[in-house]
Design a protein around this ligand. Structure first.
Ligand SMILES: [Mn+2]
Length: 365
């Protein structure tokens, strides 16, 4: 199979689920069966398989599904993460669902003879690009031909850029294998689909919804709810305190600088929190993460926050996003140079953001 063939699969899937013709449906079921057989044919009973993932919920759930699909066909399967898991929801997911994973730095790839990449392509990460994969299954867009042709060098490639999540693709394999998913697997896959499609509000296809409906029956609803609402640690409440204390309200907008924070995740949570306030149409929450000034914005759509941040900060850092969500990251050195100061104080940063962004939006106090 090649990447191009997989794109054809994607179209076939669309035809099948949209059509009501039982003949074409059973034909496509054969196609899915074939894919499953092809996948399993890449392995034999002596194989020690290493699955590598960048551990977001979609990737974690997909790894669990592959483990289930190949369990009886290989000697061992190990799931290795190329990054530590930082988001609380994901930590709770791994803990509640008891998902066994290892840090890639604690293992020796030489101990494995087959390699699987899920929810990513080799060019997405420097660790991935050094591994020669036997199997790649993903839903991200294919790279330009000039960029990196590597996925198609793998023996089995199933990339369906039209799907909202890799979990939806793997759910189809589980169905084709006639496996009744355990609560653990169904909950993981359902959460994978929900996070990648932002609860079916982004890049969602009929296939994603169909996969979710199939899983829903088997999901541990309590575990899923707990995973979804577990955004915060007790320590994070301190940042809420700071954000509420520091907030500046300008008509229908809120701005807050919260100083040093452990990661940009808490800025996202705070920004989403402020947008819940009645009559607030957009907000900006900024903080220092390592040596960068990170600015996160949320909007109800009246103003394109992604474009605004790009226009204001794009020249001195990386910035962009969507109409309703945006983010900018500026090395502190660049801010110092721009402001011609040696050190950045809370006051100078606040002034800098308020003067630049607010000027752009013509905010009035
Ligand atoms: Mn994904």
């Amino acid at each position: 199979m090649s990447g191009n063939n997989s794109a054809v699969e994607c179209n076939l899937a669309k035809v099948e689920v949209a059509g009501s013709n039982p003949v074409s449906r059973s034909k496509f079921f054969m196609k899915k069966k074939e894919l499953l057989t092809n996948l399993r044919n890449q392995f034999n009973h002596q194989d020690k398989v290493l699955i590598t993932i960048d551990p977001d919920p979609d990737a974690i759930a997909s790894a669990l599904a592959i483990k289930k699909l190949l369990r009886k066909y290989v000697t061992s399967i190990t799931i290795a993460c190329v990054k530590p898991i930082k988001r609380w929801n994901n930590i709770v997911m791994v803990k509640l669902l008891k998902i066994p994973m290892v840090d890639i730095n604690t293992i020796d790839p030489k101990d494995y003879n087959k390699f699987v990449l899920l929810d990513a392509q080799p060019h997405h990460n420097s660790i991935f690009s050094r591994i020669s994969y036997n199997v790649v299954i993903d839903h991200h867009p294919l790279p330009d031909k000039s960029e990196c042709p590597k996925p198609s060098n793998s023996k089995f490639v199933d990339i369906r850029p039209c799907y909202g999540s890799t979990s939806s693709i793997l759910t189809e394999y589980i169905k084709a294998a006639r496996i009744k998913p355990s609560k653990q697997l169904a909950t993981a896959l359902a959460y994978g689909i929900k996070t990648d499609t932002r609860n079916f509000e982004r890049q969602t296809t009929e296939e994603d919804i169909r996969a979710f409906l199939f899983l829903y029956h088997f999901v541990d609803k309590h575990a899923l709810t707990k995973i979804e609402i577990s955004d915060l640690s007790l320590e994070d409440l301190e940042f809420f305190e700071r954000a509420i204390k520091n907030k500046k309200v300008f008509k229908n907008k809120i701005f807050a600088f919260v100083g040093s924070v452990p990661s940009h995740d808490i800025l996202v949570i705070l920004s989403e929190f402020f947008l819940k306030v009645h009559n607030i149409y957009f907000d900006i929450v900024a903080g220092i993460v390592d040596n960068s000034l990170v600015i996160v914005g949320r909007s109800d759509g009246k103003i394109n926050i992604g474009n605004t941040l790009k226009e204001v900060f794009g020249k001195i850092g990386s910035a962009g996003g969507h109409p309703s969500m945006g983010r900018a990251e500026i090395p502190c050195e660049n801010v110092k140079k721009l402001l011609e100061v040696d050190t950045l104080t809370e006051e100078t940063i606040e002034k800098f953001i308020i003067s630049t962004v607010l000027r752009q939006w013509k905010w009035k106090k």
